[in-house]
Design a protein around this ligand. Sequence first.
Ligand code: NAD
Length: 426
Amino acid sequence: MTSLLSDANQRLDKALQYVTLHPDAIERLKTPKASLTVSIPVRMDDGSLRVFQGYRVRYDDSRGPTKGGVRYHPSVTLDEVQSLAFWMTFKCAALNLPFGGAKGGITLNPKTLSKFELERLSRGYIDLIADFIGPDIDIPAPDLYTNPMIMGWMMDQYSTICRQITPAVVTGKPIPMGGSLGRETATAMGAFFTIQTLMPKFNRQPSSTTVAIQGFGNAGAVIAELLFHAGYRVVAVSDSQGGVYATQGLDIPSIRRTKEARRGIQAVYCEGSLCNRIEHQVISNAELLELKVDILIPAALENQITAENAARIQAPFIFEVANGPVNSAADAILEANGIQVFPDILVNAGGVTVSYFEWVQNRSGFYWSLEEVNQRLETKMTQETERIWATAQELSCSMRTAAYVHALKRLAEAIEAKGTQDDYKS
Ligand code: NAD
């Protein structure tokens, strides 16, 4: 078994100490159901040909067609995609969505390709995985460095191959192509609902709660703004080039506006008029993680908190907006230090929940208002957060283990419903 996937499996082993499942279910969940590796030839703008490695993994489909994003990043490997597909399986079950888990990715630095090259790459990827996906088989979505435009190309390419418009094959599409209102903000909005549900349990009020956020993209920038407007003091944010820290709190809407005009966070803060008004410090991503704040939100990449830096983390609450930002070795250290980690499979599940809403709307042909989407998202996130919290209290275990136990019970029910060895013994 590969390293990232074996790390993910350690979470499964931990949860299994708290719940008795049929051995058939455990055996089934240890490995992915199907993994596809493709080589995508792309004609570059200068006429040369480059071949990119791509992957799609369907981890488990016991509860329904599989669902998961596609990421474009230089660190994408089959191992990483398999572990992300594992997490998607548990995330969909934790939120009680009728989906199994999947993930996809292409190994590249998307910033080095032109828009035309990215379009040819995205369409080429779909050409090669078309038989592996479908509205009732496996439904891709956006992830790191993929966006609605890329999802639109993918849906269009699949529809061309099938000779019928098939919006439900991909979620996270542009609105005119069948996308759902609220999808772009859904991950952050879902995380915001978990924070709003859980913080009162620790008698925390927004005005006296400081927050540091690593990553200022689709998820990180939106959660920063939601928390800012709810009265939390967001004192530090960062992107891939570094971050800024101001103890009195940052003006998130203005950082967002300027960042959207394509400048780095540091430049925003040091060149703008805010620089003159608010005393701030330029910090590295590593320093941001170790700040003395109340809530730490990793919203960038996986493996940011490991055995190497876990002992230096000072925030008492970590909300995992990124997938897998804390590895299993760090889990043990954080738990020993009394730090509460609210896990990715719950906290960032707003994205896949609204993806599910998009799939439902595509299949029914009836589209919801933004208020309806956000209302249904709030109901779902709050309900499952409360259930996982109750499981953690009942079993006296971490929220991560409780989330896995919660998901495992639903997965095991579906696996067992298809028959176990007991049914065949007699
Ligand atoms: P994004 O591409 O929009 O943004 C990523 C952000 O991380 C950017 O600001 C980038 O500058 C920053 N970053 C990159 N490398 C970094 C580094 N080494 N240190 C600090 N910052 C760094 O991606 P996103 O959609 O916001 O996704 C972020 C995380 O959230 C990923 O782990 C993704 O899997 C997870 N997630 C996203 C969604 C979604 O719907 N967007 C859903 C679930 C989970």
